[in-house]
Design a protein around this ligand. Structure first.
Ligand SMILES: C[S@@+](CC[C@H](N)C(=O)[O-])C[C@H]1O[C@@H](n2cnc3c(N)ncnc32)[C@H](O)[C@@H]1O
Length: 262
């Protein structure tokens, strides 16, 4: 990786709301799986030297706590609205990172033996396994998922697909998610929808999401994270107001269902 590539700020990389918004994609032409892995590995070695809570997305970082709470509220709201029952569902989180989403599902009565996660970065999977030994957690690439066709009722991805900056890889990622999903199964998705200048991610807006999942119905769509939220997390009342107002947001949480129509 070149020097300038490696000086990526984590907040931008992690799909956060930092950086200036831009409508056009102006990042590098491609991020290969190897690029993505080395960025995360580099980031984690820096974070562990400094103290792991210095990582803006660690469980001990107050900004990350606030973001996670917003996501959890949105997930529960969306699942309740479509009356999705987690108990008894086979669930996969692609790009699961340290596994928080799977642990959150377990706290919502999903069966831990039916929770599966996969991530490119071995350190993240090691951490996830230490936290949750009962889950099936694997190191692997979303573009070649090591699961049989039609294995899951719910396939999730949270800001992993946007790590790929080329459309071909994003399409392969989405088609693998579709392959392992059962007919009538659901996708739960959180993605960056506004391209950030200088970010090494490629935003996926509502139209691009629909193109990635032809034959799916979008059952629920919620905008999350005002661009000022990261700077205001010490003023939660103000953040909450910004989130409630119908202002542009940087991310979207969506639930899609495979209708079987193509
Ligand atoms: C921004 S982090 C989000 C992690 C987790 N989904 C969360 O919400 O906390 C993106 C994660 O996707 C993983 N990732 C990116 N591209 C991937 C790929 N092609 N296959 C598997 N994992 C990938 C990264 O290693 C990273 O852990």
């Amino acid at each position: 990786m070149s020097g300038s590539r490696s000086r990526v700020r984590c907040g931008r990389w992690c799909g956060g709301a930092f950086g200036r918004e831009t409508r056009r994609y102006n990042g590098p032409i491609t991020n290969t799986g190897e690029d993505i892995r080395s960025i995360y590995e580099r980031h984690y070695s820096v974070a562990s030297r400094r103290g792991w809570w210095s990582d803006p997305w660690s469980e001990r970082n107050l900004r990350a706590v606030y973001y996670r709470q917003l996501q959890e509220r949105a997930i529960v709201g969306a699942l309740n609205d479509i009356e999705f029952e987690l108990a008894g569902a086979d669930i996969l989180d692609v790009g699961c990172g340290t596994g928080w989403l799977l642990r959150f599902f377990a706290s919502l009565r999903a069966d831990p033996s039916r929770l599966h996660g996969i991530d490119l970065v071995p350190e993240r999977i090691q951490f996830a396994r230490a936290q949750s030994p009962m889950l099936d957690l694997r190191v692997g690439d979303a573009t070649a998922l090591p699961y049989r066709d039609e294995s899951f009722d719910l396939v999730c991805q949270f800001t992993a697909l946007s790590s790929f900056t080329d459309l071909t890889s994003q399409r392969r990622f989405a088609s693998e998610m579709t392959r392992v999903l059962r007919p009538g199964g659901h996708v739960l998705w959180l993605e960056i929808t506004r391209q950030l200048k200088g970010a090494r991610t490629r935003a996926v807006d509502a139209a691009a999401m629909r193109e990635l999942f032809p034959g799916f119905d979008v059952l629920d769509e919620r905008a999350l994270f005002h661009r000022l939220t990261p700077r205001l997390v010490d003023l939660p009342a103000l953040c909450a107001a910004l989130e409630r107002l119908p202002l542009p947001k940087t991310n979207t949480l969506a639930i899609l269902r495979n209708s079987g129509r193509l």
